[in-house]
Design a protein around this ligand. Structure first.
Ligand SMILES: Nc1ncnc2c1ncn2[C@@H]1O[C@H](COP(=O)(O)OP(=O)(O)O)[C@@H](O)[C@H]1O
Ligand SMILES: [Mg+2]
Length: 287
């Protein structure tokens, strides 16, 4: 090959590479979108997010799942909080294991009322085993938890997201067809900044925000019945207004709730109507 021919080939290669680069933004919306298996169909995928951990994100996921079931819908929960899963315990299914069928398909665990659940805790040998997985493995698990699970035909898949704006959360936003997110927060000084991060992440990923739930918002004294705002007056409404989103509800701190979650009896013992506004808005998507 002459130097001229070599140069021509190199130029051609460079040009085609540039062309390929240019075309990228025009590709289908989620080039790395996960694809559901042919045996399942899911009408609505809803994410439950929080700016930080420990604010009750899983609890809100549990309430929504329980109430959607009570309203006659079929529901699945994808516990995407892979390194800090708490859904199985709340539903009393920690002793179940996700079963594998054939080479590839996974059969989810099932709660007492029939909610289908996948969670890392349901694949670990012991519930207390730490999950020390690096990024690529976490992504692989997430993909499998969506694509390879026999969800069947369900109305709602609730995704309990990992707290914050890390890798797994980004992948969930990018790869799952999330219809909207419920943001959970606790009433603390920095709540606005933390809620802001969640709101902005949703905006950047072009996922609509369904609304805000303030958990541990107040405490009702069991002897005098008086409502105490332990962390000072709530800014939930102001925060929601500030970001132009709906306030879906404020949940009290309730030791009975902590007990129900610990005992795994949420479906049986959860008081009704805790998040009616949230359920109404979620149901509107069906209209
Ligand atoms: N409103 C509440 N009243 C009492 N305990 C609560 C309440 N919300 C959550 N908890 C408890 O606080 C802990 C953290 O809640 P969880 O939903 O697991 O948080 P996250 O998923 O955001 O990390 C759990 O043990 C749960 O039972
Ligand atoms: Mg959790």
């Amino acid at each position: 090959m002459t130097p001229e021919e070599e140069e021509a080939i190199r130029r051609e290669f460079e040009a085609s590479r540039k062309e390929a680069h240019k075309e990228q933004p025009h590709q289908a919306q989620a080039p790395d979108g996960f694809e559901l298996n042919q045996f399942s169909s899911i009408k609505h995928v809803i994410g439950i997010v929080s700016g930080k951990g420990g604010v009750g994100k899983s609890f809100v996921t549990g309430i929504l799942a329980t109430e959607l079931m009570r309203a006659g819908h079929s529901v699945g929960i994808l516990d995407a909080d892979i390194t800090g899963p708490s859904i199985p315990k709340m539903f009393g299914i920690s002793d179940q294991r996700i079963a594998a069928m054939d080479e590839r398909m996974l059969i989810p665990a099932t709660t007492s009322t029939g909610i289908r659940v996948v969670s890392t805790n349901l694949v670990l040998e012991h519930e207390t085993d730490p999950v020390l997985w690096r990024g690529p493995l976490l992504m692989g698990v997430l993909k499998q938890f969506y694509e390879d699970v026999l969800w069947g035909n369900i109305d709602y898949l609730l995704v309990d997201m990992p707290p914050g704006t890390g890798d797994v959360a980004l992948t969930v936003f990018q790869s799952l067809p999330i219809e909207g997110v419920v943001i959970v927060s606790s009433p603390q000084d920095l709540v606005q900044m933390i809620v802001g991060k969640a709101v902005n992440m949703a905006a950047m990923m072009e996922v609509p925000v369904i609304g805000l739930v303030e958990n541990m918002s107040y405490f009702v004294c069991p002897s005098c019945g008086e409502k105490h705002e332990l962390f000072g007056p709530s800014y939930a409404q102001e925060t929601a207004d500030h970001f132009g989103i709906d306030l879906l509800g404020r949940l009290p701190i309730d030791p009975a709730i902590a007990k129900i979650c610990d005992a795994g009896t949420i479906e049986r013992d959860l008081p009704e109507h805790l998040l009616d506004a949230a359920l109404e808005i979620i149901a509107e998507h069906d209209a």
